[in-house]
Design a protein around this ligand. Sequence first.
Ligand SMILES: Cc1ncc(COP(=O)(O)O)c(C=O)c1O
Length: 446
Amino acid sequence: MVESVRKRSERALGAGPLAEEWVARDARVLSPSYTRSYPFVMGHGLGSEVWDVDGRRYIDFNAGIAVTTTGHCHPDIVRAIQEQATRFIHMSGTDFYYPLEIELAEQLDRLAPGTGGHQSFLCNSGAEAVEAALKLARYTTRRPRFLAFIGAFHGRTMGALSLTASKAVQRRGFAPLMAEVSHVPYAYCYRCAYHLEYPSCGIACVSFIEDTLFRHMVPADEVAAIFVEPIQGEGGYVVPPPEFLPRLRELADRYGILFIDDEIQAGIGRTGKMFAIEHWGVVPDVIAVAKGLASGVPLGAAIARRELMTWVPGSHGNTFGGNPLACAAALETLRLVESEYMAHAAAMGELLIGRLREMQGRYEQFGDVRGIGLMVGVELVRDRRSRQEAPELRDAIVQRAFERGLLLLGCGSSAVRFCPALNIPQPLLEEGLDLFEEAVQAALAD
Ligand SMILES: Cc1ncc(COP(=O)(O)O)c(C=O)c1O
């Protein structure tokens, strides 16, 4: 390991005095529902490096949970926001026109898979994009029901939460949720709900929907839409096998059900393609995006095939959606991602997954290493034979990484996720991976 890394990692060592003060103030006035894994208090950031309020440097492998696509404070993004801020900051796209919003929707129309054109509903967050997709699906099909997957995360507003089935704590205490949502197992082959093996399973998780759910419980002609993440995010960075999404698309087509692709975490170049679903050659009816779309300025979109956008003026809208600062940041983000960073993410993803697979050879506790591009997860287990989940080990690794100057987050019950900025420089990625391995060794020695 390079000497400079060791010096820095010795300096990081957890929260400093200013950070501790802020954490105490936070606890008094901010909602206790937030889930902070460790006391990192951001001072400033640049690219994939961040400094806390005590001036301690960290490598950022989270990118604000897959949000700062272009790294922190990319000069082109900052310039775009600043220039727009001198013209106007808000006008309300629901009630007035402005070129930036139209230009962004034109880009989304061009980039979204499929021919025939797309129209976008712009909003402020992932959950709001999912809400828009839910409402549009009901409106345009006039059907009441939805399908979603166990392990899915689609957001926390009441409609989106009804689709979410990631952790029980996210739902406990909030019932009744929206009725008529059925959840079925996702293609989580490492822990198949049917205890089958891929490929001899015949993709039982899709046939179950038709053979069991539709026959016994859910009339298919009442289903408006299937919501699916092309790679489950909060559920554990779970990559489905090649047949899963195409088979789901065929099933949806057979019954006139809309295929709604939640790209909120996987989209905008993160997997080396603009939308992750493109890896499977599937064309969705509606795509929900948010997170990485505007490099950190809040913005979401429900992008639908044009003929599905049947709703009339007044049927859906909002105040802040398509905010001009966010649109300016999004246009620059899409330009950078398309021209350069998407390819870089694919190349860095190869390096990342390669290094993690090498480590898998050294550590029995690396049960599964999976991902595409810069959306990669390592599922920790007690041992590879039992595949028993090891959440304490995962949490210890995340903690030890923080103490060494690396910001990581978990996902699923027992996985660590890697979702750095798409433009992370190779030396920083490698430095972070060295710190990660040190953290693994420290956690195993605990
Ligand atoms: C796949 C997916 N959908 C929806 C959401 C909700 O987005 P937001 O937190 O912006 O409401 C998230 C957030 O993590 C997500 O990962």
